[in-house]
Design a protein around this ligand. Structure first.
Ligand SMILES: [Zn+2]
Length: 431
């Protein structure tokens, strides 16, 4: 399957300048860009862009819990611990594998519509999540969330790696939920298993300020000592979601390790958790991905919005308009997330790289004046996911002009509404 984009703007590999020309997708990858020969383009579907559209790399949601679309709106405006213990965990206990599949499908509809081509998911019944992602044709990193000293969950996580072995669109990580929900000894066992199997780790870290106190009072450890003791710094790769309360000096100490931080600015603001010191992470070269977190704490699954927020928020907090540049947040929202999940050649528009791309409509008032050197800034500061007119993963359309070629959107909508009502009734019954 070939697609030829005629006369399109495309962001270069460093997100610095936009090129303009033709771009050919063939065999799931970007075959050529700039000028494409007639022979190479033969048999391709032609998308005439007429210099009014841009191709940008697909967004990678670096931390989410997709099926939480079913829990959206529950326990609004409560602090993290109370929110989890009183509203979220009791309802999650009632979720069936069918619910997880439906909630995930609903999340995928939202994600592809807003330009996301890949998501890092931590939840349970993860086989259902992986199956839905494959059915939809989107990339994902799967981790079975592990809470407590739970050998069964660990085995499930490991089995998941066997189940999706050889799938190009899926990678699998092990997911110890957080230092406050998994005892250190077992946390080490999980990380050790990841190391033995060459798998990545995906965990929550220092989301709320009390987590630092928890580490000190219960384990006698500062955050860096915990990361060292847990073995996570030597894991093949590790996504630490949040790190709102990680200091600049601590960040420097873990730079150069396997760690990528997943920054979730909306969720951190909404739960009143704080603002992660992202400029400090970036200054030392610590990779940062962007995530939405679950739909119950955001409440959107829109990485474009996280990108804009990350760029603005940190400038305001630091009184420094030069930090978190458009180029930096574009890279965070694309390449850094894909890399952290172990996807090679994803997140840049370059020859030979995976054709995970988003088609953006520039024929709108807020793009007037964009130039090759300023398109990145126009996209981040003036644009929004409402400008997405097509999303492609590995060369296949998963969203185009309001249509979802791989998913039955209206069928999912109806089923998910019913599932949500049933779920709330079951949860009330238990309570
Ligand atoms: Zn989370």
């Amino acid at each position: 399957m070939k697609t030829l984009f005629r006369d399109v703007f495309y962001l270069d590999g460093f997100m610095a300048r936009a090129g303009r020309g033709d771009l050919l997708v063939d065999g799931g990858v970007i075959k050529s860009l700039g000028s494409v020969s007639e022979g190479d383009a033969e048999g391709a579907e032609v998308v005439h862009c007429g210099g009014t559209k841009a191709l940008i790399p697909g967004f990678v949601n670096g931390h989410t819990h997709a099926a939480m679309t079913l829990l959206r709106g529950l326990g609004e405006e409560k602090p993290l611990k109370q929110w989890l213990e009183e509203r979220i965990w009791p309802v999650e206990a009632c979720l069936s594998p069918e619910d997880i599949a439906l909630g995930t499908a609903s999340a995928i509809l939202e994600m592809v519509k807003t330009g996301t081509t890949c998501f890092a998911d931590m939840y349970f019944e993860m086989e259902e999540v992986g199956k839905k992602a494959l059915e939809a044709g989107v990339r994902c990193g799967l981790s079975r969330g592990i809470i407590g000293e739970n050998e069964a969950s660990l085995s499930e996580g490991l089995r998941l790696a066997d189940r999706f072995d050889g799938e190009d669109l899926v990678t699998v990580q092990l997911g110890p939920h957080a230092p406050y929900t998994v005892p250190l000894g077992f946390y080490r066992e999980v990380v050790g298993a990841a190391r033995d199997r060459g798998m990545g780790v995906h965990t929550h870290f220092l989301e709320a300020s009390w987590e630092r106190t928890h580490l000190e009072e219960n384990l006698g450890l500062d955050p860096v000592s915990f990361l060292e003791k847990s073995g996570i710094l030597d894991a093949p790769s590790a996504i630490l979601a949040h790190c709102v309360w990680l200091g600049a000096r601590e960040a420097r100490k873990i730079t150069g390790s396997s760690v990528t931080i997943a920054h979730n600015p909306s969720s951190n603001l909404k739960l009143g958790s704080g603002i992660a010191p992202v400029p400090d992470f970036l200054a030392g070269g610590l990779p940062v991905a962007l995530g939405t977190d679950g739909a119950a704490s955001n409440n959107r699954l829109d990485v474009w919005e996280e990108m804009r927020l990350a760029a603005l928020l940190n400038k305001g907090v630091r009184l420094d308009p030069t930090c978190c540049t458009a180029r930096e947040v574009l890279r965070m929202a694309t390449f850094d997330g894909a890399k952290a999940l172990g996807f090679q050649r994803c997140g840049r528009i370059l020859e030979g790289w995976n054709a995970d791309v988003v088609l953006v409509d520039l024929d709108q008032p807020h793009y007037v004046g964009h130039e090759p050197a300023t398109l990145a800034q126009f996209l981040v500061y003036a644009g929004s996911s409402a400008d997405v007119c097509g999303t492609m993963v590995a060369g296949k359309w998963v969203y185009r002009n309001g249509e979802y070629p791989t998913l039955d959107a209206s069928g999912i909508g109806e089923k998910v509404r019913r599932a949500r009502t049933d779920l709330c009734l079951r949860a009330q019954g238990r309570g």
